[in-house]
Design a protein around this ligand. Sequence first.
Ligand code: FNR
Length: 365
Amino acid sequence: MNSANRIPPGVWNAIDYERLASQAMDAGHHAYVAGGCGWDATVAANRAAFAGWAVLPRLLRDVRAGHTRLQLAGMELPHPLLLAPVAYQRLAHPDAEVATARAAQATGSCLVASTLSSCTLETIAAASGPARWFQLYLQPDRAHSLHLLRRAEAAGYRAIVLTLDASIQLASRSALQAGFSLPPDCVAANLRDYAPAPAAPLSAGESRIFQGAMRHAPLWDDLHWLLAHTRLPVWVKGVLHPEDARQLQAAGCAGLIVSNHGGRSLDGAPASLQMLPALRAAVGAGYPVLLDGGVRSGSDAFKALALGADAVLIGRLQVYALAVAGALGVAHMLQLLTEELHACMAQAGCAQLSDITHDTLTPSC
Ligand code: FNR
């Protein structure tokens, strides 16, 4: 693990952190972060979907008043790049989520802290700026979910992001091949005090998926319970089906995150970007929709905004930058992405985010 907190040579674009992380990280840890599930078909689809679009340059446009500011869920943000919830960041750097939180604060970015963070949500809150959301995995015992909620509220998180697409996560083949297992100093710090539900043995003929892994998977009733038990806005992450999007909007969710968990949940799920236009159409203009999955550059963020997202979340790139250069690396990566977005907007004649419409793109050949 590279715990040097300096920007190494060779970082010109945000995506350079991806290449450098493979040298900076332990091979097993890197395989765990980089991999998806199965054969990584959805990981590849996320990237290919961005390559399927090109940005159309425009000429003679005045963008001298250009900026990327936006209002999102009551927050004024300097750019539409959020840090996605990513578990166990101690795998990448000893400062773990504290470093990521400092980088978010330094760049005015909104941080989404994972239930499975290696530092407690209180420690992360103390290191972060006001723009912080808490990602919730509902626990098998509702009392534990409620306790997590109350802790997040008390620690000043401004929204709950309920992730619903990861009840089953088949292992990453590359992580298995690399012999990955969580090291003893890397635990889900938020859950330390909650005794895990005893695993009920399966009877003969019961499926280890249907009656096993899915035994405690959230249901609509759980979503209604959550909405009734917090004063914070609730976003749902992991939405890919337009009908789910409509129902979540009708149920009172504050917004949606179009995501396939970075290809880590269902191998063969469509690219998030591919589903984005249909989801935007399903919920209409004005309803908050974010996207993650495969964003590696400012022009990727531009394409997601053109296809209907209000903002994007950055997953693996934050871990890669953290592994290479700690908090400084994450802040630098966000700054590079922001500059790449500025450059793309300027070339496309867009002075503000609302100028980034579908007709700024054309399909790539
Ligand atoms: C994740 N992701 C994730 N999502 C979530 O809701 N809670 C979590 O704890 C985690 N943990 C996690 C760990 C690692 C190592 C990765 C790579 C991803 C998914 C994450 O929030 C996001 O959806 C994807 O990472 C987005 O895709 P990209 O940007 O990594 O391509």
